[in-house]
Design a protein around this ligand. Structure first.
Ligand code: FAD
Length: 470
């Protein structure tokens, strides 16, 4: 059966050639698995690609890239399918779906892991924790390792071990001309620089090698919950504490609405709360000492901060972040001044739904010690990364909730330099990529784009347009 694309029609025989050329599968409209194959985590993006190529390995990726180029198809690349902006799907184009590529090899001696891009953080952590090792991964275990790492990668090990991308040692990728190239500190070093924070602009990554670190298996971690009425005081005291906290401890403030969870008294369910979450990546007794001040920032409603498996902390938030809802994230790097804290708490009082929330990620530590020009991710001296989130179970009212998040972000961003984090950016617009990088970094990214993707084949991302497209 032929298939309509944004460009025209692909004949059955043409698609058959692609099917014969790959080891994986090609899914098209009308196939039983089409609806499942086109869906991504964020249901706000309900798109109908012409083809989804479920790649089994790098050879399939090469074939898919060549096919897309020869047929002039729009290309979407998918790792773990958690793109907030919906980049990992498209209308009328070709999705290069890497989610079946889950090969992983841990080298416990050298503390390294080579991982394929279809792995989620839950899967990679499972493999590395068998050896008591880990690399900075996401706060929700279903998030994919590849999109996460290419954009930066903020997680509970950030202050001890930096971003995920800071721990990337090398990567293989298929470039727009169908070549498989390797990038590391010695080989294709500019490309390697760009891959660490520049997103999916430069090709399809088929393998990632990470540095691992001893972590857990038990860590001191969890949450302390405070009432909204104490928000300003709690966040102000947290801000004052942050400067003195050890690198082992990474914390996050979540201004949210209490879900009906058993560890929260029923009387607070549905009320606005301030959640102080954190993880200490070191000995438990030292962790107990380090987290003690977090327990008395106000009058705790609940305190569930204690020893738990690292894998437990990595999946603690999973039940709240299931797929299929409508989601919008936006972000700003800010300084947590009194005025910023006032703006954040005011915004929290105005959240339109119980699922709308504001996260304040503590930065500093190992993250801040990476030289600003070492990776394309370059906001190393920011105090806090703020993520404003709108989420609703269905489409009803979602546009209004997203508008709240956008407006809130504008208010809060006044307290920083205006820059954003590509992985927490739900809009797809060139000014968003520009706002994510200082001008010199953006210019340098354009030069790498010119070298590896001069026709902008890979443009469904926070896009760095090549010079020829300007
Ligand atoms: P995908 O949707 O598969 O990919 C997103 C885009 O990344 C692709 O469209 C493509 O442009 C690029 N890409 C992905 N894989 C490849 C590849 N192999 N080669 C080339 N390009 C590729 N971010 C954080 O920093 N910290 C968090 O704790 C965190 N938690 C999150 C929790 C949830 C529930 C969600 C939805 C997102 C979270 N994020 C977090 C944001 C997350 O980092 C981004 O959404 C990231 O893009 C997800 O990667 P993915 O592979 O799952 O996504």
């Amino acid at each position: 059966m032929s298939v309509e694309t944004a460009q025209g029609v692909l004949g059955d025989a043409t698609i058959g050639e692609l099917e014969a050329a790959v080891r994986g599968t090609v899914v098209r409209p009308g196939d039983a698995s089409y609806d499942e194959a086109r869906a991504i985590w964020n249901a706000a993006h309900d798109r109908r690609p012409a083809l989804v190529v479920r790649c089994a390995g790098a050879a399939d990726v090469i074939r898919a890239v060549e096919f897309a180029r020869s047929q002039d198809l729009l290309v979407a690349v998918r790792g773990g399918a958690h793109s907030i902006a919906g980049f990992s799907t498209c209308d009328g184009g070709l999705v290069i779906d890497l989610s079946a590529m889950k090969g992983v090899k841990v080298d416990p001696e050298r503390r390294r892991v080579v991982a394929e891009p279809g792995l989620t953080w839950g899967e990679l952590d499972h493999e590395t924790q068998a050896f008591g090792l880990a690399v900075t991964g996401g706060l929700v275990s279903s998030t994919g390792i590849s999109g996460f790492t290419l954009g930066g990668g903020v997680g509970w090990l950030l202050r001890k071990h930096g971003l995920a991308c800071d721990n990337l040692i090398g990567a293989d990728l298929v470039t727009a001309d169908g070549r498989l190239v390797h990038a590391d500190a010695e080989e294709n070093a500019e490309l390697f620089w760009a891959l660490r924070g520049g997103g999916g602009n430069f090709g399809v990554v088929t393998s990632l090698e990470f540095q691992l670190h001893p972590v857990g298996p038990q860590v001191l971690a969890g949450l302390v919950v405070y009432p909204q009425a104490e928000a300003r005081q709690v966040i102000g005291r947290w801000r004052d504490l942050c400067a003195g906290l050890p690198d082992e401890l990474t914390t996050l403030v979540n201004l949210t609405t209490a879900p009906p969870l058993p560890f929260l008294p029923e009387s607070v369910h549905g009320t606005r709360i301030v959640v102080l979450a954190g993880m200490y990546a070191g000995p438990l007794d030292a962790g107990e000492e380090a987290v003690r001040p977090l327990r008395s920032l106000g009058t705790p409603i609940a305190d569930v901060l204690g020893p738990m498996p690292y894998l437990g902390m990595q999946s603690l938030l999973d039940p709240l972040w299931t797929e299929g809802a409508h989601n919008y994230f936006t972000s700003a790097f800010i300084e947590p001044t009194d005025a910023a804290i006032e703006a954040v708490t005011r915004a929290h009082r105005g959240t339109p739904t119980p699922n709308s929330e504001i996260h304040l990620h503590q930065l500093g530590g190992a993250f801040a010690r990476v030289p600003a020009d070492a990776t394309a991710f370059s906001q190393r001296d920011a105090g806090v990364l703020c993520n404003v989130i709108a989420r609703s179970p269905g489409a009803a009212g979602f546009d209004g909730h997203a508008a709240w998040a956008r407006a809130t972000r504008e208010e809060i961003a006044r307290h920083g330099n205006g820059s954003m984090y590509v992985n927490f950016t739900g809009d797809a617009a060139e000014d968003k990529a520009r706002a994510s990088y200082p001008e010199a970094v953006h210019d340098r990214l354009v030069r790498v784009k010119d070298a590896y993707d001069p026709t902008n084949l890979f443009r469904l991302n926070q896009n760095i347009p090549p010079s020829a497209a300007r």
